[in-house]
Design a protein around this ligand. Structure first.
Ligand code: HAM
Length: 437
C-alpha cells in the first residue's frame, strides 16, 4: 500500500463539516470559525481596536527575552530551529511580536494610544490533551502607550463582551495585581523563605519552580500544596502604594462597567513580562485546561526588547479552541453550514452548456449557485441538491431550452413557479433576498 499522511499530533484540520477528533472533542466546521472570528472583529470594531497581523516566524531571541528565559514556554515549549545561522521560532504567543512591531514601526508616532487586536495561530510544544494543542489559535488585544487604569478596565471589558456576545455566560474572572518588579523581588525572596522548609512536601514541578520561578508555585492545583500556601506571605502586602492605588482604580472602573470578578492573590500567570494588573477568565466546562483567556499589564516589556522609552501597555489573549469547548457546553447558537441559494441540474449536453454559462451569470448577480461538475444522472444531481440543502432547484433539459423557461422549485415547500430565462436572475435574487431576511 502506498503511504498516506496524517496531521501532526496536537494539530487539527478545520473542515467544512464538524467532526470528532481521536480524543472525542468536536472540531467545529469552518463556518463556525468564520462566525466566531466575525464576532470578534465586530466587537473589536465597536471598542475601537485596529487589527495588526505579525508573522508566524519570529526571531527566537525575541521570545526568549520577551516571554522570559525561566518560563515553561521558553524552557520546553518552543518550536525553534536554525537555518543559515538565523534562529527562528514559531510564535508561541503574540504579545512580544506586537511590541516588536510597535517599536520597529514607531507606531507611537500615529499618535495617542495604540489599540490593536489580532487573530491567528500560535505554537507550543505542550503535551496535547483536551483544550491543549501544539498549534492553537488566539485572538487578543494589546493597548500600548498608556498606564491609565481605564485601559486595564477596557481591556477586560472587550474580552468579556466577546464571550457575552457569543452566549458564553458561565465564566469566572479572576483578578490580581503583581505590582512592580522591584517589590515583587522582595516578595519572591519572602515566599522562597517561607516555602523552603516545605520543599520535601512539594511536588517535583513545584520544587523545580521554587528554584527557578517561585511565584509559579502559587499556581499549583494540588490541595496539599494549596494548604501549605494558606499561610504564605501575600504579594498584595508587598506592592507599593502606587500599585495598590492603580489596582483600586481598575476595580472602580470595572465596577462602573458592571464587570464582576473575584480577587485571587495567587493568580500569577505563566509569562515573565507581567506587572501590576493581571487577570484570567475561566470556564467550569473546560476541565483541567480551565483558562479561556488571560492577560495583564506589561509596562516593562518594551524596554526589555530594547526601547529607550518605557511603553506602558496591557492586553489579553484568548484560546479559540477553548472558546469552542465553552460554546458547545453552553449549547450557544451558531450559524448553520452555508447552503447554496440555487442548485441547477442539467439534462443532456446542450443543457449542460447552458447551465454552465448561466451559473456564471447568476453568480455575477450575487447568488450562491451550485451545479454538477461530473456529468451525473438527473437522480444523482437531485440527491446532491438535497445533500447540499439548496433553497431552490432548477432542472434544465431540452424542453426548458426550447421554451426558454425554467421551473424554479422551492425545496422546503415543494412549491414551483415557471420563470422565463430572461427574468431568472431577477426572480431568484428576489426570492433569495426575502428568504434571507
Ligand atoms: P497565555 O495565558 O499563555 O497568555 O495564553 C492565552 C490563552 O491562549 C490561554 O488562556 C488559552 O486559552 C490559550 N492557550 C494557550 N496555550 C494553549 C494551547 N497549548 N492550546 C490551546 N490553547 C492555548 C498569552 O499568550 C499572553 N500573550 C496574553 C497576553 C496578551 N498578555 C498580555 N497581552
Amino acid at each position: 500500500m502506498s503511504q498516506t499522511f496524517q496531521n501532526i499530533k496536537g494539530t487539527f484540520d478545520i473542515l467544512p463539516d464538524p467532526y470528532t477528533d481521536d480524543g472525542g472533542t468536536r472540531i467545529a466546521p469552518s463556518a463556525e470559525w468564520r462566525y466566531v472570528e466575525a464576532t470578534v472583529r465586530d466587537v473589536m470594531a465597536r471598542y475601537n481596536f485596529d487589527e495588526i497581523r505579525t508573522p508566524i516566524l519570529e526571531p527566537t531571541a525575541l521570545v526568549a527575552r520577551g516571554v522570559g528565559e525561566a518560563t515553561d514556554i521558553v524552557q520546553k515549549e518552543m518550536f525553534a530551529f536554525e537555518r543559515s545561522d538565523t534562529q527562528y521560532v514559531l510564535r508561541p504567543e503574540i504579545t512580544a511580536p506586537v511590541v516588536r512591531s510597535y517599536l520597529q514601526h514607531h507606531l507611537d508616532q500615529r499618535g495617542g494610544v495604540q489599540k490593536l487586536f489580532y487573530i491567528g495561530p500560535c505554537f507550543r510544544a505542550e503535551q496535547p490533551q483536551k483544550g491543549r494543542y501544539r498549534q492553537f489559535h488566539q485572538f487578543g488585544v494589546e493597548v500600548l502607550g498608556t498606564d491609565d487604569a481605564r485601559a486595564d478596565a477596557e481591556t477586560v471589558a472587550v474580552m468579556m463582551a466577546i464571550y457575552d456576545e457569543l452566549g458564553i455566560k458561565d465564566t469566572r474572572l479572576r483578578m490580581n495585581t503583581l505590582g512592580t518588579p522591584d517589590r515583587r523581588e522582595e516578595y519572591v525572596h519572602a515566599l522562597r523563605e517561607y516555602l523552603e522548609p516545605y520543599a520535601d512536601e512539594l511536588s517535583e514541578t513545584s520544587r523545580r519552580r521554587l528554584k527557578r520561578n517561585p511565584l509559579r508555585v502559587l499556581d499549583t492545583k494540588l490541595d496539599h500544596e494549596q494548604a501549605i500556601l494558606q499561610d504564605a506571605p501575600q504579594l498584595i502586602d508587598y506592592v507599593s502604594d502606587e500599585s495598590r492605588a492603580h489596582y483600586d482604580r481598575v476595580q472602580r472602573f470595572l465596577a462602573d462597567l458592571g464587570v464582576s470578578y473575584v480577587e485571587d492573590p495567587h493568580l500569577v500567570r505563566g509569562l515573565d513580562y507581567y506587572t501590576e494588573t493581571t487577570f484570567e477568565l475561566e470556564s467550569p466546562d473546560l476541565g483541567a485546561q480551565s483558562a479561556l483567556a488571560g492577560g495583564g499589564r506589561y509596562d516593562r516589556l518594551a524596554e526589555v526588547l530594547g526601547s529607550e522609552e518605557p511603553v506602558p501597555a496591557i492586553g489579553f489573549a484568548a484560546g479559540m479552541e477553548r472558546l469552542f469547548l465553552a460554546l458547545d457546553a453552553a449549547e450557544a447558537e451558531r450559524p448553520g453550514l452555508p447552503a447554496p441559494d440555487v442548485f441547477i441540474a442539467a439534462l443532456g449536453e446542450e443543457a449542460e452548456q447552458w447551465v454552465f454559462r448561466t451559473t456564471q451569470e447568476l453568480r455575477a448577480a450575487g447568488l450562491h449557485v451550485a451545479l454538477d461538475l461530473k456529468g451525473r444522472s438527473l437522480k444523482a444531481q437531485m440527491r446532491e441538491a438535497n445533500r447540499q440543502e439548496a433553497d431552490y432547484t432548477l432542472i434544465i433539459g431540452g424542453n426548458e431550452l426550447e421554451a426558454e423557461e425554467a421551473t424554479v422549485k422551492e425545496m422546503e415547500s415543494g412549491e414551483q413557479e415557471d420563470v422565463p430565462f430572461a427574468e431568472l436572475s431577477t426572480v431568484l435574487l428576489d426570492k433569495c433576498r426575502t428568504e434571507h431576511e
